[in-house]
Design a binder for this molecule. Structure first.
Ligand SMILES: [Zn+2]
Length: 204
C-alpha cells in the first residue's frame, strides 16, 4: 500500500541529511510493504522555528536533531486522517520497532520529554550527517550463526537491544534477557532469552 500522503512525506524527507534520508526511505518501504500508513510532517527546522517550538513547549532544546536534518516527526494515518492519539496502536508500535532496527532513536523512549512522533538518526553524533553525498542504504544485519545471549557483547547485541526496547549499550545482561523473553513470548517463539537463528529472523 502506498502512503496516503506519500508526496508530502517524500518532499519533507528530501530535506533530510543523507544517511538519515536513506534510513527514512528504507523505513517507508517497510511501512508500505506492511500496509502501515503514516505522514512525515516535519523534518528539518530552522533555528527560528526551533526557538518558537521551545516557546510553545513542544520542544525543549536548541540542540534538536531537526536543526541538523537528522530527525523527522510522523503521525499515524487512520482512514485518511492524522490520528494524533494513535501512537500506541500495535501497528504503529511495529513501525517504531522497525525504525529502531534501522538505527533511529524514538522520542517515545525518552523519560524526560516523551515525544512519540519523533525519530532521530544519531549517525555519528549530533550534526555529523552529510548533505549532498551518495550513500548506500543500510543493509539488514546478517546473523553470524552464533547465539546472542546473556554475556554476549557488541554490535549485534545493540541491534537486539534496539529491537526489544532495551538500552542499546552492547552488553547482554539480565534486563536485556528479560526483554528478549517478553519479545519471544509475544511473537510465539520459545521464550528462552537466547537470540538464535529463529528469533533473529523474526526480529530482522
Ligand atoms: Zn521531532
Amino acid at each position: 500500500m502506498t502512503l496516503t500522503y506519500k508526496d508530502r512525506s517524500l518532499a519533507n524527507m528530501n530535506q533530510l541529511a543523507d544517511h538519515t534520508k536513506a534510513a527514512a526511505l528504507k523505513w517507508v518501504n517497510f511501512l508500505e510493504k506492511n500496509n502501515m500508513d503514516i505522514l512525515i510532517y516535519e523534518t528539518i527546522r530552522t533555528e527560528a522555528q526551533q526557538r518558537e517550538d521551545i516557546q510553545k513547549g513542544v520542544s525543549q532544546t536548541m540542540k534538536s536533531y531537526h536543526l541538523v536534518g537528522q530527525a523527522l516527526d510522523f503521525v499515524p494515518i487512520q482512514n485518511g486522517k492524522a490520528d494524533w492519539n494513535g501512537y500506541d496502536h500495535p501497528d504503529v508500535q511495529k513501525a517504531v520497532a522497525e525504525a529502531k532496527n534501522l538505527g533511529f532513536e524514538w522520542g517515545g523512549d525518552w523519560s524526560h520529554f516523551v515525544d512519540k512522533g519523533h525519530l532521530q538518526y544519531v549517525y555519528k553524533g549530533y550534526g555529523t550527517d552529510t548533505f549532498g553525498q551518495q550513500v548506500t542504504t543500510p543493509t539488514q544485519p546478517q546473523n553470524t550463526g552464533i547465539d546472542i545471549k546473556q554475556g554476549s557483547r557488541g554490535k549485534d547485541v545493540e541491534r537486539v537491544q534496539r529491537a526489544v526496547g532495551a538500552t542499546p549499550d552492547g552488553i547482554f545482561g539480565p534486563t536485556t534477557e528479560a526483554k528478549v523473553k517478553a519479545y519471544q513470548k509475544h511473537h510465539g517463539l520459545t521464550p528462552d532469552g537466547i537470540v538464535g537463528p529463529k528469533t533473529w529472523t523474526v526480529m530482522f
